[in-house]
Design a protein around this ligand. Structure first.
Ligand SMILES: C[S@@+](CC[C@H](N)C(=O)[O-])C[C@H]1O[C@@H](n2cnc3c(N)ncnc32)[C@H](O)[C@@H]1O
Length: 309
């Protein structure tokens, strides 16, 4: 295992936003390298920190980094956080953090197959005990399904053409590695676009990663369920890295913080929906200029925080 390096994004903003009580109970749903968790744990005295991750490498590194604190760990997808809470014997929480997506460690760890910059078997599983890999997606999904994934999860303009090239190439032999896939994507993108802006394979790699790890499935429902495990004045902070995730978080937080969800055409409320929280920031918090300079991976990050009434 390479050294687990990951700079926590908007660390001060997250810690201030969670308004940590020293005797509180906190849940980090995506502990990663414990960058945020360590700062939460340092502020506790009599409180407790519960850490989840679906990547066992992240959990073993975090266990070591947090060994002198009152922190407990559970290997799970955070969509099953209730199983972890039952295991810990805890139901209500003072604060929850979700720092979505992949860690720098996962991207930098060649053999994990997340990066188009490192040649490796196509894998991209955050949870190595899961069966479905990127190789399965690329080699077994219908062409139309691949195009949909590239369009929806990658917002890729050339989704159809890339899917078509993949379908042709995999007839000759299975597509096995990140570099093989990146080459096929390059061929499917017009040359004048290929050399502009970010790497031509960036969007498709993001889309496949989201599919392999079911990153957007049930995300909104999970956010709402997590929120309902907050004590009054408890806070839920979520960092997202692309517009699809941010839209889901924004919609969930809007529903939780509005008194009525009737369409604008309805003159009088018939839904009876009552707000359960208040948004701490109407617009998402974004990294400072200095963080953007120091950490290029912070570029697309957005932080939203909601407080339970
Ligand atoms: C951006 S990193 C978190 C970094 C961490 N906040 C830190 O400062 O070190 C995201 C982590 O969340 C994990 N993860 C992503 N989606 C998950 C899910 N649905 N359930 C559990 N863990 C998840 C990834 O495996 C990764 O370790």
């Amino acid at each position: 295992m390479i050294e687990f390096k990951h700079l926590p994004i908007m660390l001060n903003e997250v810690i201030d936003g969670l308004n940590i009580k020293k005797d509180g109970v906190y849940l980090d749903c995506t502990v990663g390298g414990a960058g945020h968790s360590k700062e939460i744990a340092k502020r506790l005295d009599g409180g407790m920190l519960l850490c989840l991750d679906k990547d066992e490498d992240a959990l073993s590194v975090s266990k070591e980094r947090l060994k002198s604190f009152n922190a407990k760990f559970f290997h799970t997808d955070f969509k099953d956080f209730e199983t972890a809470l039952n295991y810990f014997g805890v139901q209500m929480l003072d604060g929850i953090l979700l720092d979505l997506g992949v860690s720098s460690y996962q991207l930098d760890c060649g053999e994990r197959g997340f990066s188009y910059n490192i040649d490796a078997p196509l894998d991209m599983r955050m949870d190595k005990t899961q069966k479905l890999t990127a190789k399965d997606v690329v080699n077994t999904y219908e062409k139309s399904e691949l195009a949909r994934i590239f369009r929806e999860y990658g917002e890729e303009q050339f989704a159809n053409n890339i899917a078509k090239h993949i379908a042709i190439d995999r007839e000759k032999k299975p597509i096995e590695t990140t570099f093989e896939l990146a080459e096929i994507i390059k061929k499917a993108i017009p040359a004048k676009i290929r050399f502009k802006g970010s790497h031509p394979a960036k969007k498709v790699f993001q889309a496949i990663r989201i599919e392999v790890n079911s990153e957007l499935d049930k995300l909104k429902e999970t956010i709402i369920k997590l929120f309902r495990h907050l004590k009054p004045s408890g806070r839920l902070a979520i960092i997202t890295f692309h517009s699809l995730e941010d839209r889901i978080v924004k919609t969930a937080f809007n529903e939780l913080s509005k008194d009525c969800l009737c369409p604008p055409s309805v003159l009088f409320c018939v839904c009876g929906h009552k707000k359960e929280g208040i948004l701490l920031n109407k617009k998402p918090i974004i990294p400072s200029e200095s963080e953007l300079k120091e950490n290029s991976r912070s570029h697309s990050a957005k932080l939203r925080i909601i407080e339970k009434l």
